[in-house]
Write a protein that binds this ligand. Structure first.
Ligand SMILES: [Cu+2]
Length: 345
């Protein structure tokens, strides 16, 4: 019995030693990887601004005086620190959409909001996973994302697949009626989102007659990083097939060819196309509302309207105007991007 106990003790101390060794090895590896990684520091300065989309002026905020904010691009494993300088008249925060950030950043810092004339440095965190991600304001997001506070955050893999050209497109949607004051609820109110009537791709409003032109040479492999920061499901349809290689930053195990794709809010897809023949080919865009959503929402709005009419006297006026046109803002298919392939064999 005594022997058994001493054997047991021996095993315990061996185990302790083993865990000590593991911990030391882990700490050493971590220190080495941090020491060998590059630290990338960025500053985002927020200011009050204005943009015009389809003839409607929107009050926005901009990062570093650009809309969308500047692209942040780092390598997997880089150490990232981002200073948010608030030179605007409102409060803002910073959120890293799709990135693994350490618990200190994710739990505490993303809930740190910066008042006007203050600044705060978020991080540091190790960039990953590789892929197409986003950064955006974390304060009153429904309104602040609608008012332009977002940008692409790209983490390149150590073994990034080569492409000849790469384009990053952030899609969003806006509500001209709310911004013009023609809607009971203001810009950024969840009730207005289904009525969003303007689609943007990067800084440009999609009108059907001003597509973005992607120039390429015959045979080139083109990677498109697509992200939806808006509120509606945006559908892309192309004349030829494309390959989806990544979803939300993660490589797709069996990439397959398809000619259309619906990008729901917050989603990111990387697609690859090959410029097969000379000439112009079009990417079409539409709003792809799931079946039944429009009917459901309209029905619930109608019942609310009916009960509002019962409880309010008509002299209150506005109760009858609240949801006068609750259309879902389905936008017909329109060209957004043209692939213009020239020359080559
Ligand atoms: Cu903000």
């Amino acid at each position: 019995m005594r022997q058994k106990i001493s054997n047991f003790k021996f095993q315990i101390s061996n185990l302790k030693l083993f865990f000590c060794f593991l911990l030391t090895a882990y700490c050493l590896l971590f220190t080495v990887s941090i020491a060998s990684a590059e630290t990338k520091e960025f500053t985002l300065t927020v200011t009050d601004s204005e943009i015009e989309l389809n003839g409607t002026k929107f009050m926005v905020w901009k990062y570093n005086d650009t809309f969308p904010g500047p692209e942040i691009r780092v390598k997997e494993g880089d150490v990232v620190k981002i200073k948010l300088r608030n030179k605007s008249s409102a409060k803002h925060g910073l959120f890293f959409h799709g990135l693994y950030v350490n618990p200190r950043v994710s739990i505490q810092e993303q809930e740190i909001f910066v008042d006007p004339d203050y600044e705060y440095t978020y991080g540091e965190f190790v960039a990953g996973p590789a892929g197409t991600h986003l950064y955006h304001c974390s304060w009153n997001m429904a309104e602040h994302l609608t008012r332009g506070l977002y940008g692409a955050f790209i983490v390149e893999a150590k073994d990034e697949p080569k492409s000849d050209k790469e384009f990053v497109y952030i899609i969003s949607d806006w509500n001209s009626k709310a911004e013009n004051g023609d809607d009971h609820y203001g810009t950024g109110h969840p009730r207005t989102m289904l009525d969003n009537d303007i689609t943007t791709i990067n800084e440009r409003a999609v009108t059907g007659d001003n597509p973005i032109v992607m120039e390429a040479k015959k045979g080139e492999r083109i990677r498109m990083r697509l992200a939806n920061i808006g509120h509606l499901p945006h559908k892309i349809r192309f004349a030829q097939n494309f390959i989806i290689t990544h979803e939300d930053g993660y490589p797709i195990s069996q990439p397959k060819a398809q000619d259309s794709l619906t990008i729901y809010p917050g989603k990111r897809y990387d697609i690859v196309i090959t410029a097969k023949k000379s000439g112009k080919e079009v990417f079409y865009h539409s709003i792809d509302m799931p079946p039944g959503v429009k009917e459901k929402l309209t029905a619930s709005e109608d019942s609310q309207k009916a009960s509002a009419a019962h409880t309010h006297d008509d002299s209150h006026g506005h109760s009858n105007n609240i949801h006068k046109e609750n259309k879902t803002g389905v936008i017909k298919e329109a060209p957004i991007i043209v692939l213009d392939v020239r020359g080559g064999q």
